[in-house]
Design a protein around this ligand. Structure first.
Ligand SMILES: Cc1cc2nc3c(=O)[nH]c(=O)nc-3n(C[C@H](O)[C@H](O)[C@H](O)COP(=O)(O)OP(=O)(O)OC[C@H]3O[C@@H](n4cnc5c(N)ncnc54)[C@H](O)[C@@H]3O)c2cc1C
Ligand code: FES
Length: 256
């Protein structure tokens, strides 16, 4: 096992960018070679170690959720974090891709969108000021927007935007967002017979991040999100607990 999987590399925060009222990007002084969709275990000193996708070679984009992320929101440039990874697998790159993002799920998709292989990006959020990265996507990517409250784009969910695109035009479809949203997307894409070219990135509770502790296993086969994922093909996920329930820190089942 490579040492960077076991030991965090210390990094210093060089810049913190507020992306939305609940999301900030943290840039650090070291660069990592990675595939879009891979994640790191981020050690927040004195608090916890949590999984975070890389949103660029030297940044993570974090939504405030609980103890560790809240502590990160109180950090300033100059503070230190520990980074273990990159870990897991990333998205398979296509030539004409469709990316579908809900909320902070846009973070692992940003490097793909910036690499010019994404023709169309469907972006969903609760409200306009929670939409991420619109300013960073250039004209080579067609961006379609949906907000739950109708403040920008289509009034509805990102799934509604699927009716506006020709799915046959894309060779790969990459999805990341809240799991109930991803399950709904999986259902729509299954109905249109194109699950084979889809990949979904899961945000699940993790402890070790390297396939040892079992806390991220998914039923029925015990696939480990940290090691066998976090990016999985849609055909594979269809037969699992995906979108129905997950495990909390104690291993108890929690319904979505
Ligand atoms: C591979 C991977 C990549 C991720 N990438 C990002 C990212 O780029 N940006 C980002 O903001 N978040 C990402 N997450 C989710 C992030 O890890 C959690 O939000 C974080 O661990 C919460 O830690 P906390 O201590 O702040 O909250 P906690 O106190 O641990 O939890 C607060 C609340 O969030 C729930 N929760 C905790 N962890 C998760 C989880 N993994 N999925 C769903 N609910 C959870 C808890 O049940 C609780 O209700 C990713 C998760 C994984 C597995
Ligand atoms: S987090 Fe330990 S096996 Fe995945």
């Amino acid at each position: 096992m490579p040492m960077d999987e076991k030991l965090p590399v210390p990094v210093t925060i060089t810049e913190i960018k507020t992306e939305s009222p609940s999301v900030k990007s943290f840039f650090f002084d070291k660069e990592f070679t990675f595939t879009a969709g891979q994640f790191t275990m981020v050690w927040v000193p004195k608090i916890d170690e949590i999984p975070m996708a890389l949103s660029s070679k030297n940044s993570i984009t974090v939504q405030k959720a609980g103890d560790a992320t809240e502590a990160m929101f109180n950090l300033a440039a100059g503070a230190q974090l520990g980074i273990r990874g990159p870990l897991g697998n990333g998205f398979t790159k296509g030539e004409k891709m469709l990316a579908i993002a809900g909320g902070v799920g846009a973070a692992p998709l940003l490097p793909l969108a910036k690499s010019d292989c994404v023709m169309t990006m469907l972006l969903g959020a609760r409200t306009e000021n929670e939409l991420l990265f619109i300013d960073q996507l250039d004209e080579s990517t067609d961006v379609l927007i949906a907000t739950d409250d109708g403040s920008l784009g289509v009034h509805g969910f990102v799934t509604d935007l699927l009716e506006e695109v020709n799915l046959a035009a894309y060779d790969r479809i990459a999805v990341c967002g809240p799991e109930p949203m991803m399950r709904a997307v999986l259902g729509r894409l299954d109905a249109k017979d194109c699950l084979g070219k889809t990949e979904f990135s899961l945000h699940r509770y993790m402890k070790c991040g390297i396939g040892v502790c079992g806390s991220c296993c998914i039923d029925p086969d015990g696939l480990r999100v940290c090691r066998d994922g976090p990016v999985f093909n849609g055909e594979l996920l269809k037969k699992t607990e995906f979108g129905h329930y997950m495990r909390d820190a104690c291993g108890n089942r929690k319904n979505f």
